[in-house]
Write a protein that binds this ligand. Structure first.
Ligand code: KG4
Length: 359
């Protein structure tokens, strides 16, 4: 029988990625992260599109080579259609269309957010496992439908009910900023590099979360809000600066030992508390006790530990993806694309990318 080979392309923000899944097993996942944005403290859309254009050919080529797959054996090309930066998405979308047309194979469109959730079903091939030290000897557990997924990234914070790979319902979502954005913006105030989330995580590990108290939102239902937390973080620093007569955060950090560490610890604990309070509420409301986390912020060590603790306390089943599948990658797009391909769910060649969230 002929192999089913899915080549997937992800270019929704500032990572150019390509991956190959053969007969359901992940064979390669190549990611070129763009360093160009660091000096601007955030992603610059124009620069991101340009970098995608430079990266896409070598990234796809490397993914195929690593998987040991010739172009002619590709069964379908999957691509991230949205949500994301339109200029970035256009690069991946156009490339995917061109390749699919030239090979006369179907195109499969994937929603980036569904991709993050489908990362929970990735099963690496033995060869791929050997190439990623963190995956060696690790058994990946996959949730069963239905499950709840806390989807937390730089642009989204949602609780999603997942009934199947193509049946997902948003139960709650942020009404303003995303959790990752709160991490990144607060980190910027502290003078930490972009993206700030991993820095906050690192410093929080050396800090005391009880030294500063940050405001938690009071939002009805299962929705989130993080803009008030950002303001509370900013005001805490402003008040400390007034009190100590410091003119900058740097000066304040010289006056207060462990300032950055303690503020990061407070921030991380508060974000985690906010996220998990609503997830717990959703589990109680739906009676669904398989809980997963996905998206870039799911790399956060405080959130991971608190989710596991919640599972222990409530006797719920918790699913946390390996680090390499948490931030943007094409492996998750390939997984979603593979499921859609098997169902014959193809998309027309004139499918345009979309910027806004829809799931
Ligand atoms: O999913 P992702 O790679 O990109 C999208 O937004 O789609 O998520 C990126 C976000 C950034 O806000 C980054 O700061 C955050 O994930 N992040 C973290 C950690 N690693 C990445 N936030 C907290 N702790 C981390 N360890």
């Amino acid at each position: 029988m002929q192999d089913t080979v899915i080549l997937a392309i992800e270019s929704s923000c500032d990572d150019t990625s390509a991956a190959v899944i053969r007969n359901g097993l992940l064979c390669s996942n190549v990611i070129a992260s763009q360093q160009v944005h660091a000096e601007y403290g955030g992603v610059v859309p124009e620069l991101a599109s340009r970098a995608h254009q430079q990266n896409i050919v070598p990234v796809v080529d490397t993914a195929l080579k690593k998987a040991g797959v010739p172009r002619e054996s590709i069964s379908a090309v999957a691509f991230t259609r949205g949500p994301g930066l339109l200029g970035s998405l256009l690069v991946g979308t156009s490339f995917a269309k061109g390749l699919a047309l030239s090979l006369s194979v179907p195109l499969v469109e994937v929603n980036h957010l569904q991709g993050h959730i489908m990362a929970h079903f990735l099963e690496p091939s033995e060869e791929y496992r050997q190439s990623v030290p963190a995956l060696q000897g690790v058994t990946l557990r996959h949730p069963e439908y239905p499950f709840l997924c806390l989807l937390v990234s730089g642009g989204n914070s949602q609780i999603v009910r997942v009934d199947d790979f193509d049946r997902m319902t948003i139960l709650g979502q942020t009404i303003d900023d995303a959790a990752g954005e709160a991490f990144d913006k607060c980190a910027k105030v502290l003078g930490l590099p972009y993206p700030g989330g991993p820095w906050v995580d690192k410093l929080a590990g050396q800090g005391d979360p009880s030294r500063y108290t940050l405001a938690k939102p009071n939002i009805p239902g299962l929705d989130y809000s993080f803009s008030g937390l950002k303001t509370s973080f900013l005001y805490t620093i402003r008040d400390l600066m007034r009190e100590r007569q410091a003119e900058s955060v740097e000066q304040l950090a010289e006056l207060i030992p462990n300032l950055r560490e303690d503020l990061c610890a407070a921030l991380q604990t508060t974000v985690t508390d906010i996220l998990l309070a609503k997830l717990k509420k959703a589990a109680k409301q739906t009676g669904i006790t398989q809980l997963a986390v996905a998206g870039g912020v799911s790399a956060n060590s405080g959130l991971r530990a608190a989710m596991l603790e919640l599972g222990r306390q409530q006797h719920w089943d918790i699913f946390i993806p390996p680090f390499s599948f948490t931030t943007d990658n094409a492996a998750m797009i390939a997984q979603a694309g593979y499921c859609k391909f098997l169902k014959g769910d193809f998309c027309p060649v004139d499918a345009a990318p979309y910027a806004k969230t829809r799931i």
